[in-house]
Design a protein around this ligand. Structure first.
Ligand code: ZN
Length: 299
């Protein structure tokens, strides 16, 4: 991941190297995708209601919905995901935020969008519910080109699915491709006067997958299951709640790889808001969202 270890580690901030005492963790109980993505986007871990990866409309408001509710940002927020559950996680209809995910064609009148739409139908994905990331990133790039957007969420999926399939080579190559795709996006943003010098990039992951053994690296998540003797147990993959996150942009002081500072996934949305000069407000009546990572936001 050369972009992460050169540009981000040089000009931005990188959290999550446990060997350096920088722990990154999810705060949700489940360590799988829906609860993780919701924690990223809403700032809270709703362990009572978000208990599966089912297509359940998120009862909680994401940062996208919150921003889209403000006159200054209305219509300037968009989301792109490789996994077809994102319209539910974002609660697209209620939020009024366009979410292009799964195998949806994108509405756009550029030649490139037309080619991507055509290829998306012709190129087989290895998975039923997740498309290849080139389409997700390709559509997001076209959206950013078409009009000035204020907040874009892009969720890539290949690393997780290749890992579940047990293809370590493809897993590693997908991580390398994701890094390159983000590098290309960043380079392009610096060339466009609408974004250059005023855009922040936050990169993170919805869960970890541990590194305990050759078998368990493939999977993650706390799921109840029935054992051979008929009793129930909960799956355990040591380390699957460990995550990392990175910040890059004009409002983030260059600190490189951070040591000795712990972060949690529920801090991403409040920190994203802080980078926009805003104070995040979640919609949950009881649970509190994470705190802003103050060191990632220039005073
Ligand atoms: Zn997974």
């Amino acid at each position: 991941m050369p972009f992460l270890w050169s540009t981000v580690a040089g000009d931005g901030q990188l959290y999550g190297n446990r060997d350096k005492g920088s722990e990154g963790d999810v705060t949700n109980r489940y360590h799988f995708s829906y609860p993780g993505y919701s924690e990223i986007l809403t700032g809270i871990a709703d362990d009572e209601r978000l208990v599966s990866n089912d297509k359940l409309l998120n009862p909680n408001r994401t940062i996208l919905e919150w921003l889209n509710g403000m006159p200054a940002y209305k219509g300037k927020v968009e989301a792109f995901g490789s996994w077809d559950v994102f319209p539910y996680i974002v609660n697209e209809e209620r939020a009024g935020v366009p979410v292009n995910a799964g195998f949806e064609a994108y509405e756009g009148d550029t030649k490139r969008v037309a080619i991507l739409n055509e290829l998306q139908e012709q190129v087989p994905s290895p998975w039923d519910t997740v498309r290849l990331d080139a389409f997700t990133m390709g559509y997001a790039r076209e959206a950013l080109k078409r009009e000035k957007l204020n907040f874009v969420y892009i969720a890539l999926g290949e690393t997780d699915d290749f890992a579940h399939d047990g293809h370590y080579d493809q897993y590693a190559m997908a991580a390398h491709r994701s890094d390159k795709a983000i590098a290309d996006l960043w380079a392009w943003l610096q060339l466009d006067p609408r974004y250059a010098g005023r855009t922040s990039l936050i990169i993170t992951t919805d869960h970890g997958r541990g590194s305990e053994s050759l078998e368990t690296w493939k999977h993650h998540g706390r799921f109840p299951y029935t054992k051979e003797d008929g009793t129930t147990a909960v799956s355990e993959f040591a380390g699957d709640g460990e995550i990392w996150m990175a910040f890059l942009g004009p409002d983030t002081p260059a600190r490189g790889e951070v040591a000795g500072e712990t972060v949690t996934l529920n801090q991403v949305a409040p920190t994203a808001a802080a980078l926009m000069g805003l104070t995040f407000e979640d919609s949950h009546e009881v649970l509190a969202h994470g705190e802003v990572i103050e060191a990632a936001v220039r005073k």
